[in-house]
Design a protein around this ligand. Structure first.
Ligand SMILES: Cc1ncc(COP(=O)(O)O)c(C=O)c1O
Length: 647
């Protein structure tokens, strides 16, 4: 019996999960159709009942008019063509899809999104979305609870979160907030606001730890409230004039010559959205320092020594980024270690924010949460998995609540439609620094009540108009499947179990291939992404190994010229780059594969590997006793033989 079939037999059946998705075969079509018809009718009744005294503006007889019929015919034709061409889409719903970070969609989210679409709410503000803007703020609180941030809006230091188009924009929002928080104390000093406990100099002001900056912001707001209205306006204008958001980077740093643009410290595994974000903010890519990793997890020693160097050279740091589920390997950075390094740096006068890019792994936090919000101990989780979570992974998730902000993508492991990313910060009071005045949309002074305040969402977020339907989808999904281990966590658990089964099956594949093929899982997976490096036995050339893996991938990638049915499985590839790996890791991997060292020639500075994202809930189909993991490796074996024979 192999590892995958052990999983098939030992997992308890949970029929509630069978109602979660439309299903690989569209099994739940009846359920979705019933919901759609019911709520479409409901929507139509709502239209009619708005002012039932208004007669129908479209005459019933119009439906027989030639112009009407011609339009309908054109519409049908185009829709049929669209529907036909969409059959070339990538079959994300299938357990044969092991490619990128996407899978089937959760029915509650899909239905809520489709239900909300005809109402077309615009979550820029309550004027355009009286219902869904609240839902978006609630989603922020749901996610805050999931990661262990304070989530009671009655408490002053409650978290705040909002949706974005994706992880890219959420990461950008993290940078924006960190910069606002970092530069604000400098503006207070420059404006010479009296009566505040201001830092001694610009360097100290630019290096406060986030809680100290927020405390100073509070002090300033309280002081301002004591001023007469005319003085208040004058002081507000004076401080605004000194802010980095007003002056721009060039003028701000010219006015504060002891400061220089701050660095962003991220692991080498960081997603390329970080490069986009530093460019967008105007900091420039030179300010993004990619730190080495160990086994594709941030090397905390390297972080510590970089921080020491920065403190010594008086180079400020804006943000330390931890990746919770790296894009290529699903590896988890030591969030706890990074927080310890930050605490140490703060003691030597170097304060900065710590952000977790959990675009991929964020929802795995559900596995670590009790229904009452408590963190589960590692001991409580033992027995639910083969290996997960390692002590390091547990410590990383346990530390999430102490970070400053987090990116989580509902459109990845949240199984919700694109585009739904999310940004959540631990203390909402910092967000006041992002407020944009747009008087034609947002009226009056900021309301003191948390929910009322964030109904003017567009003031605080990078985007303007945005779909309320995405917020409805996330909110309803989190209500139907609460973000704890007994609910949403069950889905996440399945993905981890599938990855463990995949890892075990990969070992068997490697053993069976001896003599023909060398196979290596280059980094032990922390979560639900598993990569495979492959090289035909006897081959020493990296370029030839890459050509071999490219041929394998050609048989598993989307090719718009061919029907998707010609594909047995879908997978993805990534490459191990010499500069990312470092000498020791490169030697370990290349030796194991029997390959020569990386070279400078075309295609010789990187090794192409297969990458598998194990999200589909039916990778192990216990109804029919099928392991698509087994089937994938059987397919891969046939493919290897075919490619070898053709070589
Ligand atoms: C770790 C990480 N961060 C950020 C992103 C960007 O997310 P999006 O594509 O939703 O903008 C990704 C996408 O794969 C990711 O894996």
């Amino acid at each position: 019996m192999n590892a995958a079939s052990i999983e098939i037999d030992s997992l308890p059946r949970n029929h509630a999960l069978d109602a979660c998705f439309l299903g690989p075969y569209g099994e739940n079509d009846g359920l979705l159709e019933k919901l759609m018809v019911e709520f479409l009718r409901d929507h139509v009744y709502w239209r009619r009942n708005f002012h039932p005294e208004d007669p129908p503006a479209i005459a019933t007889a119009t439906a027989r008019h030639p112009d009407y019929l011609a339009f309908e015919a054109r519409m049908r034709r185009e829709l049929h063509q669209l529907s036909a061409s969409l059959k070339k889409s990538v079959p994300f719903h299938s357990p044969r899809y092991l490619g990128h970070m996407v899978s089937d969609l959760l029915l509650p989210g899909l239905a809520a999104q489709m239900l909300t679409l005809p109402y077309n709410p615009n979550n820029v503000s309550e004027d355009a979305a009286p219902v869904t803007v609240d839902l978006e703020v609630q989603v922020g609180l749901q996610l805050a609870r999931m990661v262990g941030y304070p989530h009671d809006p009655a408490q002053p230091a409650c978290a705040f979160g909002h949706l974005t188009s994706g992880g890219t924009l959420a990461n950008y929002q993290a940078l924006r907030l960190a910069l606002a928080l970092k530069a604000f104390p400098v503006a207070l000093r420059a404006a010479q606001v009296p009566g505040l406990e201001l830092p001694a100099d610009d360097w100290d002001a630019f290096n406060l730890a986030p809680p100290a900056s927020i405390a100073l912001l509070q002090q300033w707001q309280q002081w301002l409230a004591t001023q007469a209205p005319a003085d208040r306006m004058r002081w507000l204008a004076r401080v605004e004039a000194e802010r980095i958001e007003q002056r721009g980077l060039a003028a701000f740093f010219a006015a504060h010559p002891t400061l220089q643009p701050p660095r962003v410290l991220a692991p080498i595994t960081a997603h390329y959205s970080w490069s986009k974000a530093v460019k967008l903010l105007g900091l420039g890519r030179d300010q993004l320092m990619l730190l080495p990793s160990r086994g594709m997890r941030m090397d905390v020693d390297a972080l510590e020594s970089t921080l020491t160097r920065c403190a010594r050279a008086r180079i400020p740091v804006l943000l330390g980024v931890a990746v919770l589920g790296s894009t290529e390997y699903g590896t988890i950075d030591p969030v706890d270690g990074m927080l310890a390094a930050r605490a140490h740096a703060v003691r030597s006068g170097l304060g900065f924010s710590v952000h977790v890019d959990a675009a991929w792994g964020g929802y795995l936090a559900t596995v670590f949460r009790h229904a009452d919000g408590r963190l589960r101990t590692r001991a409580e989780m033992v027995g639910e998995f083969e290996h997960f979570p390692s002590p390091a992974v547990h410590a990383a998730f346990a530390a999430l609540g102490d970070t400053d902000s987090v990116t989580i993508d509902p459109h990845k492991l949240g199984y919700l439609p694109f585009g739904a990313g999310a940004f959540v910060c631990r203390d909402h009071r910092a967000v006041a620094l992002l407020a944009e005045r747009a008087d034609y949309v947002f009226h009056g002074p900021a309301p003191p009540d948390y929910l009322a305040r964030y109904r003017n969402l567009g003031q605080f977020i990078p985007e303007g108009s945005k779909p309320g339907a995405a917020a409805a989808a996330a909110y309803v999904t989190h209500k139907v499947l609460p973000l704890d281990h007994a609910n949403f966590g069950r889905l996440q658990r399945q993905t981890i179990l599938a990855a463990e089964a995949f890892r075990a099956r990969a070992q068997r594949f490697a053993d069976e291939g001896t003599g023909l093929l060398r196979v290596l899982v280059p980094f032990e997976p922390d979560s639900n992404l598993v990569c495979l490096a492959l090289n035909p036995t006897g081959n020493r050339s990296i370029a030839a190994a890459n050509a071999f893996v490219q041929s394998l991938h050609d048989a598993m990638r989307c090719d718009p010229r061919q029907p998707v049915q010609t594909r047995e499985f879908f997978g993805s590839v990534t490459s191990l780059r010499a500069d990312v790996l470092g000498t020791r890791e490169a030697a370990r991997i290349l030796d194991a594969l029997g390959l020569e060292a990386f070279g400078d020639g075309e295609g010789e500075d990187r090794l192409m590997i297969l990458r598998h994202t194990l999200m589909n809930p039916y990778l192990i189909d216990r109804e029919n006793g099928i392991s698509y993991i087994d089937r994938y490796f059987e397919f891969l074996w046939r493919l290897v033989q075919r490619v070898e024979a053709a070589a």
